[in-house]
Design a protein around this ligand. Sequence first.
Ligand SMILES: Nc1nc2c(ncn2[C@@H]2O[C@H](COP(=O)(O)OP(=O)(O)OP(=O)(O)O)[C@@H](O)[C@H]2O)c(=O)[nH]1
Ligand SMILES: [Zn+2]
Length: 201
Amino acid sequence: MDDDVAGRPVEAPRAFDLARAEAAVRELLLAVGEDPERDGLRDTPARVARAYAEMFAGLGRDPRDVLTTTFDEGHEEMVLVKDIPVYSQCEHHLLPFHGMAHVAYIPAKDGRIAGLSKLARLVDLYARRPQVQERMTTQIADALVEVLGAAGVIVVVECEHLCMSMRGVRAPGSRTVTSAVRGQMRNPATRAEAMSLIRPR
Ligand SMILES: Nc1nc2c(ncn2[C@@H]2O[C@H](COP(=O)(O)OP(=O)(O)OP(=O)(O)O)[C@@H](O)[C@H]2O)c(=O)[nH]1
Ligand SMILES: [Zn+2]
């Protein structure tokens, strides 16, 4: 057992079981009435297993391994990285949701800032899991507070959920917007400034 950023116990990272995933995909093909031995499908179970290993590579990974490179710049103003691509999967249907994340933070009083790419890596770490968009948004914000010590954070995520587009309600083009706001970013003027940078009129 390890601890997560808030000190709660989390399971140690588990190695992805490729053989098990491959067997499951083969079963699924049989269940839908396909022939997994036919030429075009012969390598599909192994291929899909490898794809899932990649798409769920964020499981069991720790934000502390991502927010590694920080700089003492004495910068106490807002930093925003916007339009970070998000590719995740909803845990209800295991179908993709994808779109953009916008991450802004106000550094701690000592002005410690993160390498910019680390914000995109953080989004990726939480996206590569079976997810719910609301939880992913919260996790990104909490990691910036708890690991980087940010004095304020706002995370806005806007995604299209394919479970709502290609099946079910069939509302293609609908987008879900979620946000998480922490610390000094709750100040209405600061929050408004962040939102105007994220969504210029
Ligand atoms: N809040 C939230 N809901 C999600 C997310 N991704 C998928 N869902 C929803 O999860 C719900 C699952 O509902 P169920 O009624 O159990 O499943 P379902 O019969 O397949 O539902 P429909 O999609 O309405 O056909 C659906 O309303 C999805 O739109 C997400 O990231 N956040
Ligand atoms: Zn879904």
